[in-house]
Write a protein that binds this ligand. Structure first.
Ligand code: ADP
Ligand code: MG
Length: 679
């Protein structure tokens, strides 16, 4: 690796600016690729300028004035042999006035627009040139930059970098030739300095072969680094648990239902992982209501039967409390002791729990993120189960993992399905199990899209449902800008419902309540002591009240699709037919309409997640992965799905046949991944 600071040609201030861009290595500078290009390779005579297109023109300034009507502007006329062009500046410096004085010979670059006096350019870049100045030999790159670093200095720095020997090939020629891709050196040169006849549009949407080569290299580096993570994990020790002989079968016998095929399949996968001497890192995916909890509980019993402790962590108090109650119900008959840990306990309760955990009396510990705090010491943590894993950061999961010695197994659960391209890329270091079937006897949820104008009708419907013995949720609109506003809205809605339905018992739950209050409300709702629950999106994950069969979501158009799907999954958990009503404000935008249509038409979490990914990009999913994995900067998982598959295949071959190439390739790409943190 070559640090830029070792190259004499780079000044200190330049190095500092590059550093701000996350660039300190030669490779990173070489891989700092253009956002777009400008074509200064030929001069267009004024008569041939085309409206809406950027062009380079050259001529003499024949007139210049500063006008004040309609607003202050510097206006100049540039003339060549074919005609005149107006140059207009709305902000300008004295130096520009000097440059644009009559008689100056200038070369100007900008987009051609219609103006008062025919064609004009607004804020063109201008350069004083001699009559016979040469034009650029290649397209001019425009790079992402930071304040204080001009395009000119960046271009120069990269041109210098290109002649250092940093362009070596990391891959065997057969590998990229098979994909009909050019060499690395040729690609990089062509992307920084495309020839004059290059296809600008293809360059800008990254569809040229040169871009494809780099996207492939980037995806390949990601695959290789994921496989390294994976291999590292296989070399670490973990306690091996023999399959359970009694506890699991006792639990299953006590259940009022039989496991679905899908549950059995994933239970076997997990059981097998736990018998291994290296830590499991498995992601258990299953749509809302698919029955992940019981599968997790079976894994817990395998660990417990082998004499190890289990931690079960949930992202919210409500959910943790529900898990705790469920575990009490399932595990107490098996004589298993369970501790409970959250941030809202009294000091005394907390100390007692901490002690039980440290001394090993607590075989199972259920809690919120309070679980990974420093004070929590396990005697023998063998398995960490993390529900709704996407709600936790890598650091939090890591902290929990560090609480065991040797490293505990990890089971992560998520109802937000990860689209295929994402699981092939960013999640490639995890093993994934999918519960792809819902327990029998569920009646599918009917989803309705209803305009807010028909609110009266909907209120009537809520009344009828509740009076008929069923229960309902009323979900308040999401107000992202302000938590205070969110709270006010929830309170208003609650007051409104109280006056609307004097005959019903109504509860309110929101994120700002103390957790004891939240739990009390949830307990009342679970026990059917409340018929209508006004709620914010705090009920989004995991809450399980089978008798609730109606949900109304206000301002549904403000929510993410996966979020809506999660919310909707709170109903349809019992045998009665459930309905989810999405209220929207009139005048939906096109995209809002398209998004709501997805949720209306589909009950399939995977399809919804894929649509969400297409509509909103991967940011949502990656919040939790970012620090573990190099982020893709060039490749786009939608556009480059084929390359992703190719990279995946290639990674295996490379590791088998060309281990040296693997190292070289990772060195180049990981050195340039500024945001990579070692996990
Ligand atoms: P999720 O996957 O969303 O976490 P849960 O584990 O909360 O789902 O399960 C939803 C409900 O289905 C729970 O009440 C659970 O007891 C029940 N359940 C789980 N598995 C089955 C099954 N095989 N048959 C019937 N009901 C089941
Ligand atoms: Mg769950």
């Amino acid at each position: 690796m070559t640090a830029l600071s070792t190259l004499k040609t780079f000044s200190k201030p330049l190095l500092a600016s590059l550093n701000k861009l996350g660039i300190s290595q030669l490779q990173a500078l070489l891989l700092h690729l253009p956002l777009r290009y400008i074509d200064e390779t030929h001069i267009t005579v004024v008569r041939d300028l085309r409206l809406g297109e950027a062009a380079l023109a050259e001529g003499e300034i024949v007139h210049m004035e500063v006008t004040y009507k309609p607003r202050k502007a510097l206006i100049a006329r540039l003339e060549d042999a074919s005609g005149q062009l107006t140059l207009r500046f709305l902000h300008f410096y004295p130096s520009q006035i000097a440059m644009l004085k009559e008689g100056s010979h200038l070369r100007v670059y900008g987009e051609v627009r219609h103006g008062y006096f025919g064609y004009e350019m607004v804020h063109p870049t201008c350069k004083k040139v001699g009559e016979k100045a040469e034009v650029a030999e290649t397209l001019t790159p425009v790079y992402p930059t930071v304040a204080g670093l001009t395009q000119a200095s960046l271009r120069k720095a990269i041109s210098i970098a290109l002649v250092h020997n940093g362009l070596h090939e990391t891959l065997p020629a057969s590998v990229y030739a098979k994909l009909n891709l050019p060499s690395f050196a040729a690609s990089l040169k062509a992307l920084h300095h495309p020839p004059p006849d290059a296809d600008l549009r293809a360059l800008e949407n990254k569809s040229t072969l040169e871009w494809q080569r780099l996207a492939f290299d980037e995806l390949l580096a990601q695959q290789l680094s994921m496989r390294k993570h994976y291999a590292r994990r296989r070399s670490v020790n973990a306690p091996a648990f023999a399959p359970s002989k009694k506890l699991v079968s006792s639990l299953l016998k006590s259940l009022p239902f039989a496991l679905t095929q899908a549950q059995q399949k994933v239970a076997v996968e997990i059981e097998r992982d736990l018998t291994q001497h290296h830590p499991m890192q498995r992601l258990l995916q299953g749509d809302v209501g698919s029955g992940k909890t019981i599968v997790a509980c079976m894994a817990a019993l395998q660990a417990i039967e082998n004499g190890w402790q289990v931690a079960l962590m949930a992202p919210t108090e409500i959910l943790a409390e529900q898990h705790y109650q469920k575990m009490l119900g399932w595990l107490t008959p098996l004589n298993i002791s369970i501790a409970w840990l959250t941030g809202s306990q009294t000091k005394k309760e907390r100390e007692a729990a901490l002690q039980a955990i440290a001394q090993g009396y607590a075989q199972m510990v259920v809690g919120t993120h309070a679980l990974f705090q420093e004070a929590v010491q396990f005697k023998k943590l063998g398995l960490a189960i993390i529900d709704e894993q996407h709600r936790f950061g890598v650091q939090q999961r890591l902290a929990l993992r560090k609480k065991g010695e040797p490293e505990p197994h990890q089971l992560m659960m998520s109802a937000t399905p990860i689209p295929r391209t994402l699981s092939m890329s960013y999640y490639a270091d995890l093993d994934v199990s999918v519960i792809d079937e819902l327990p029998p006897g569920r009646t599918p949820i009917v989803t309705k899209l209803v305009s807010d104008e028909r609110r009266e009708e909907i209120l009537q419907r809520v009344r009828e449902a509740c009076l008929a013995g069923s229960q309902a949720y009323w979900v308040c609109p999401l107000i992202e800008e302000s938590e205070a506003l969110q709270l006010a809205t929830a309170n208003d809605t609650y007051a409104l419902m109280l006056s609307e339905f004097p005959e019903l018992k109504i509860g309110l739950i929101h994120g700002r309540m103390k957790s004891a209050e939240k739990q009390a409300v949830m307990a009342q709702f679970s026990a059917n002591a409340l018929q209508l629950l006004v709620a914010t999106t705090v009920i989004e994950v995991g809450v399980d009240v089978p008798n609730a069969s109606l949900m109304v979501i206000e301002h549904a158009e403000r929510m993410g699709l996966s979020q809506l799907h999660q919310l909707r999954g709170r109903v349809g958990r019992g045998a009665t037919k459930s309905t989810c009503i999405l209220l929207y404000q009139n005048k939906l935008s096109e995209t809002a309409r398209a998004r709501l249509k997805v949720i209306y038409e589909s009950n399939d979490g995977f399809a919804i997640a894929q649509a969400d990914l297409n509509l909103r990009g991967p940011g949502e999913y990656l919040g939790t992965r970012q620090s573990g994995v190099p982020m893709l900067k060039i490749a786009d998982l939608n556009r480059d799905a084929d390359l992703l598959q190719a990279a995946k295949n290639c990674a295996d071959d490379l590791i088998q046949q060309y281990p040296a190439a693997v190292e070289k390739h990772l060195e180049r790409w990981l050195a340039s991944a500024a945001d990579l943190v070692k996990v």
